[in-house]
Design a binder for this molecule. Structure first.
Ligand SMILES: Nc1ncnc2c1ncn2[C@@H]1O[C@H](COP(=O)(O)OP(=O)(O)OP(=O)(O)O)[C@@H](O)[C@H]1O
Ligand SMILES: [Mg+2]
Length: 352
């Protein structure tokens, strides 16, 4: 009787600028996009990871749910920024509960925080049988931050059944849609409004992740100032929707000069990764987030860092009916959907 009920999962990405929602139905062959929507928050409702106007945030999330599917209750969500700490270390190979104990012990020794103040998760990225070691990627979320975030989601009448971090969600979207080339050291770079999440893939596996506290906001503000535009028109300008009605050379110059901080942040992160991993170079960047859509930005990053860029299309292997989303045009904004799609694709781990 219940056998035909379709299973679906929802990814809700609460970004500093835009909240995005993706609903995926699980089909026999994969996934079908059965719901999609996004809404922009008022300008300073969220700054970095600080929620300044809680009511506006809740209002917009609820409005988005109503718009896409009022029946939605269970959502997969994600956090990023200062409330999240990641670390990578190598310890002796162990399994099961022993591994967990060893990871918590090692984290306690290394962490710049009290272990009781955080919630820890981890990922074993590499097992080296010859050396009898394993590489651990540890993720810790400050309890205060995590609890506040979960409360916010619950206040929207939703159940956060899974909490991930933005960087892993973008990676998940990439892994589902593409074959990883073990020969190429890859940086998945998700440029958001306030935070840029980076995941490094080395020898075909996740090496580490890092958040850079810089994004499109600087560029947005600078466009607003240089062109003396109101909020609405600046939003159109940054989306490339004003076309020839604004001076394109000036737009390009504004975007280029306002992206210095973002680019040097990414550059520093790359330098750190190369030193830590001993990888001679990053072979390519897979770009996602709203930043991937800002005119002239991708080509500028590519030129400044001298690393080729490819756009992440998280819908590449997901079925959808373009007529359902004529207004949103998913194919045009696809890179911005990496995090919510990665979240919706996430399987909930059953605790045994
Ligand atoms: N179609 C578009 N073309 C160009 N830029 C866009 C487009 N849509 C949004 N942007 C810009 O991208 C940024 C939003 O990107 P994104 O949604 O990835 O960030 P966010 O998730 O809200 O922020 P964060 O991840 O930092 O919390 C905004 O600055 C917005 O102006
Ligand atoms: Mg984001």
């Amino acid at each position: 009787m219940f056998g035909n009920r379709k299973k679906s999962t929802v990814g809700l990405d609460i970004g500093a600028n835009t909240v995005k929602l993706v609903k995926l139905d699980h089909t026999k062959t994969g996934y079908f996009l059965s719901g999609l929507g996004m809404r922009e928050f008022p300008a300073e409702a969220i700054v970095s990871d600080e929620i300044r106007d809680r009511d506006a945030v809740i209002f917009n999330i609820q409005a988005l749910i109503d718009q896409v599917d009022p029946k939605i209750k269970d959502v997969h969500v994600s956090i990023s920024g200062h409330g999240v700490i990641t670390d990578k270390f190598t310890i002796d190979r162990k399994a099961g509960a022993e591994a967990e104990q060893a990871i918590i012990f090692e984290t306690e020794q290394r962490a710049p925080f009290d272990i009781d103040d955080v919630t820890i998760d981890y990922h074993i990225s590499q097992n080296d049988e010859q050396q009898n070691t394993m590489d651990v990627l540890m993720v810790a979320a400050r309890n205060e931050f995590l609890d506040g975030f979960i409360e916010l989601v619950e206040e929207c009448d939703l159940r956060p059944t899974l909490v991930d971090i933005d960087a892993f969600a973008a990676l998940n979207a990439y892994e589902y849609n593409y074959d990883i080339d073990p020969e190429r050291t890859t940086a998945i770079v998700n440029v958001g409004h306030d935070v840029t999440n980076i995941c490094y893939l080395l020898d075909g596996a996740l090496h580490s992740t890092r958040d850079v506290s810089s994004g499109v906001r600087e560029i947005f503000n600078s466009i607003q100032k240089e062109f003396r535009l109101n909020l609405e028109l600046s939003t159109k300008a940054i989306k490339g929707e004003l076309g020839e009605s604004i001076d394109q050379d000036m737009l390009k110059a504004t975007i280029v000069s306002a992206s210095d901080e973002l680019i040097s942040g990414i550059e520093q992160a790359f330098t750190y990764f190369k030193a830590q991993s001993k990888a001679p170079q990053i072979d390519w960047i897979v770009l996602s987030g709203g930043g991937a859509l800002v005119p002239y930005l991708a080509e500028h990053i590519q030129a400044k860092l001298a690393v080729p860029i490819e756009m992440l299309n998280p819908l590449r292997s997901i079925e959808y009916d373009p007529q359902m989303y004529e207004y949103l045009q998913p194919e045009k904004i696809a890179p911005m959907l990496a995090v919510p799609i990665g979240l919706a694709l996430r399987k909930v781990k059953k605790k045994s």
